[in-house]
Structures are given as structure tokens and as C-alpha cells.
Design a protein around this ligand. Sequence first.
Ligand code: ADP
Ligand code: MG
Length: 639
Amino acid sequence: MGRINILDPQTANAIKAGEVVERPVSVVKELVDNSVDAGSTMIRIEIEQGGIGMIRVSDNGIGMDEEDACKAFLIHATSKIRHIEELYDLSTQGFRGEALASIAACSEVTLITRQPDKDSGILVRYEDGARKEVRETSADIGTVVEVKHLFANIPARYKFLKKDSTEAMYVVSLVEKLAIINPDIAFKLVKDGKMLLATPGSGDMLDTIYSIHGREVASMMVPVEYTFGDYRITGFAGKTDCVRGNRCLQYIYVNNRAIRNKTVTAAIDEAYKNAVMKNKYPVCFLSIYAAPGQVDVNVHPQKSEVRFTNETDVFRLVYHGIRNSVFAEGDADHKFRGIRSDDPDIDAQSEKTTRFAVNTSVTEPVLPGQLKYNVPSHSTVTPSAKEVEATNQMLKILSEFKPELDDITGKSETIKDERADNIEEITTAPDIRTVEDEPETDITELASGRVAGFLFDTYIVVQSDNSVFFVDQHAAHERVLYERFMARKLNETVAEEQEVLLVPQIVDLPASDYSFVSDNYDRFRENGFDIDVMGSRQVAIRAVPMTGSRTKPSDMFTAILSDLKKEVPSKDNVWYSLIQTTACKAAIKANDRITVDEAIALIKQLSVLEDPYHCAHGRPTFIKVTRTEFEKNFKRIVC
Ligand code: ADP
Ligand code: MG
């Protein structure tokens, strides 16, 4: 007798179940997918004990007749596909026809369903993969599937479940994701009898984001809409200060499915490069639509990862989708957000009324020259070969966008020139003026204001007609210097703006610094340092870049070295790190007392920059409080 046995259907289904159903959240996903496919406008999800005790998903969709309600539990029973060809052209969520069969194989399932034109419904009950009951019953229109005692019959799997609270957390975050990509469906999630989440089902993704993640997040979202090749992206991306410490609030969907994909996250990072701080991840809800054949969803058993036919196009899609919206020109608004009078919990938090928050979005036309270089996103991080490759890929992509770049540059140059004509007037007038015909942005408004004073020897207070600005003198000056150094590097001009020292300053360096300076002698020279590397670990500084810095040149030089040492840049990035660090070390510091004239000059310089909104490390250069916000905070106006 041979050794090979054919497994009985019950055992085969239990094995199969393991692939589809890993934990409670997988059951919820399959059931909600079915409810979505059934055209529901309301889906209610209830769980007990993290879903291990009970999961109930109720919908108001098309329901099933008796025949289908029974067939639905058979393996490979599906109403969604008939032939293999249809596999690649699918708009529905489920298509393997094995979810209900698998769930029934590892739990007790009761399905009650009623079609809209019927007076009564059907109940089908399964235990241990075997059908126990089919009968007519009274029911609401739609379908209710109740799953109890998950894996009670498969101890090997039961063992792998986590704490109830952890399993519940998985379910909650799944439902949040599903609700956002299905804004026309009103979702309710009830955990152990408590309503955790309810979305309006208004069809508006932003309403749904608001109902799940609150007003703060919703108010910082910018709509994204972009098409590239066979791909299209829609959704919302956060302004640059809407960030989290991890990627938890970066929702990515492909053809309405929540997925993970490295190309997409790399494109998000690249789009926000230099505009958000290190280790911060912008919040975004992005939905990508791929034409049939342009995406393979079957690379992962739970279909949570996908492979795109053309990853480069997807990178371009996401990168430009975000850049064009979040970084659209004239869209800058750095705001102060105190507690507003329409805040529901205003009384409870009244002592927090002076809470500062910065709301930034930027105007950052891409410098065409900048693209010639491999600019690392965070100068202090030594990029891996992979990152370098990703950046190079991005640069290649961007260079193909020549016409667009030319447009941008053309525009920014005109603005610059107009402003340059005004410089005389600005220097002589006590007020900082702006150009008339330009659309008002935060920076033009700031430039039109007058210096009203200083705070803590660090912030310049500028008042315009309707707003007050707080400018961080260090961040602003750092940006001015950074862009000046970058422009010099990009134009490949030698540093003519040097401050030549009357007597060269000799500095003694530790061996590591000495060899760093020797190795990168040319980089230092390009960056405006005239130095001589001498014997006995000594360096003579003859000239430093012209920065207006008050710091002693030798101190600046050693400060730059010690900063670079914190995380030594890779060879290719030394020039960039040097620019960034020199800008930082040469800039006016916090606690340096500056004069009104110096403040005016600084704001004037800031106002003509490509990106006046962020320092070289991505922090804001200024924040804005409107008169209305003041008045709301003082309860002069209520709304
Ligand atoms: P699939 O979704 O892959 O087709 P399932 O096992 O999840 O496979 O479901 C089998 C079939 O049962 C579906 O194709 C659908 O016709 C029907 N069905 C399941 N859930 C529902 C529901 N909530 N409303 C209406 N029909 C449903
Ligand atoms: Mg299904």
C-alpha cells in the first residue's frame, strides 16, 4: 500500500484556512471585503476579546438567496470570477472564493442574509467546517456573519494568537484603513460593547480622515491628484509639520487595497526631503490606481504587498503627486494655532491656550542645478549604497521633467528679479516692503511687515497689517547662507565672497580631524575656506566664507569639524555636509543680540530665497499668528 493519503475535505480546508486566516484581523478583513463587494453603504464590525471570542460583521448590501448562502461556504465558491482571464481585471476585493470556507474550517460561523426584494432571510450555520443548520429566518436586508471561538479546534494556531488587546489593536487599525479608502460607506466599530469608531459615509475622504484621526490631522491635509503613464494617484498628503515618529499614518492603497510597497515609501521620503526633520514621517493617505496588468497583487498571501510592472513610473507618480500639491507655489502658510474658540474641549484645556504649533507648507521650486547633485536628505546620515542609488534614480527621473523645471525656474527668477529692484527701497525705508502685483504668500506678507521687537534675543517679531510673525534668527540666517553656498556650488564659481584674515589663524587638530581636512582639502576651498594644511597636525586658516558671522574663524572651523564628526559623511556627500554645517555654524546664534537694521536685512534676504520657510535641517524659519487667531484667543470674536 502506498504512503500517500488524500486528506479529507475537512482537514484540507483546515490547512487551507491557515493561509487565509492567520488571526482575528484576517477574518475581519475577509468579511468586510465581502460586505464592500456586496455594495453596502453601512458596515458594522463588532468584536469581543480581540475578535478571538466573537467577530460580527453586518452590512446592508445585496444579500444572498438560499442557494448562494449555502454555496458561499464551499471552497472556490465565488460570484466574482469565472475564468482565469478575469483574474487580472478585477475591481472587487475578494476573488479566490475561499474566505468563507476557510473561516468556517476554523471557527463556528453563522451567516444570516436577506436580499432586498425578499420578505425573509436565510440562516446557515457551520461548526468545525461542517454545515449544521440551514433555515429561513427573519432578518434585516443585507448580511450578518458571526464568527465565534476562532481556532478553538486548531490548538496549534490558537497558541500563536497574541493578547486580546493586541489582536483588537490590529482590527482597529485595519478598520481605520478600510474606512478611509471606502469613504462612501459608513463604518462602525464596536469593541466589547463600546463604540470605537464611526465614519459618516459621506463619500468624502477628508470627512472620513477627520472622523478617525481628528481635526488637527484633517486640517493639515492637502489634496493630491496626479496621473502618470498607466498610474493615477489621489488622496491627501500632510503639510510638512504633520508628521509622526513612524510610518503608522502613511496609508497607501493600490486599487482600493491597503498595501505596503518600498517604491512608494521611498518616493514619499524623497518628496518631503529637507522639509521634514530627521526620523519624522509625514502623514498621508494615498490611493494609487493601476491599469489592468500594471500591478501584481499575488506576491503576498494576504495581498498586503504588491509589485508594479513599472516601479519607476510609480516613483514618479508619487513624487510629483506630492510635490505638486504640498509644495505648490504660493501655498505657504506658517501658522500659529492657539486654542480656537470653536474647539470643543476648550474649557478642559484652558491653560493650554498659549500652545504653539507650527503649520508649515512650503514653496519650494526645484533648483535645476541642485538636481545635478546627489543631495542627501539628512546630511548627518551616511547614505547607504541603496539610498544613493534611489537618489540617483530620482535625479534621473527629475531630469526628464525638463519642461516643468524650466517653467519653475523661469517663474522663480522673475520673482527674484522684481524683488531685487526693490532692495534699495527696503534698505532705506524703516518698513520692509513687498512687490505689489505678486500674489500674497506668507513670505511676501512677512517681508511687508515692520520689525516690532525681539523675544529672548532669538526671535524677531514682525507685524504686518493682519498678522504677527516670529522669525527664528538662527534658522533664517542659516537658510540664507545655505542657499548662497548651494548657488555658488551649483554655478561652480569659486568663492569670491571671502573674509580674508589679516593674520592667518593656526589651529591644532586631533589626528582624525587633521586627516579629514587633508582628505577634503578641495571641498573646504570650494566652500570658501582658504586653508593651509601644515605639518604637526596644524592647519592655517587664511580666509573663511563671507557670512557676517561674529564667531571667531578658528572657532567656526573647529565647530564645523566637530559637527561633521558626529556622523561622518560619506565621501560623495562631504561637500553637501560642509555646506549645511558651515551655514549652521556661521549663522547668527540664538541669544545673539542683533540690531533692527540687521533684522530688516535678514528678512529681506530671507524673502528672496527659493525656500524661505525652512532652515537647512528642515525646521521652520518663522511662524505666523493672524490677527483673527489673536482675537479668537482673547475671545474678542467667537466662531
Ligand atoms: P470571494 O469573496 O473570494 O468570492 P468568499 O468566500 O469571501 O469568496 O465569498 C464567497 C461568495 O459569497 C462571494 O463571491 C459572494 O458572492 C458571497 N458573499 C460573501 N459575503 C457576502 C456578503 N456580505 N454579501 C453578499 N454576498 C456575499
Ligand atoms: Mg471574499
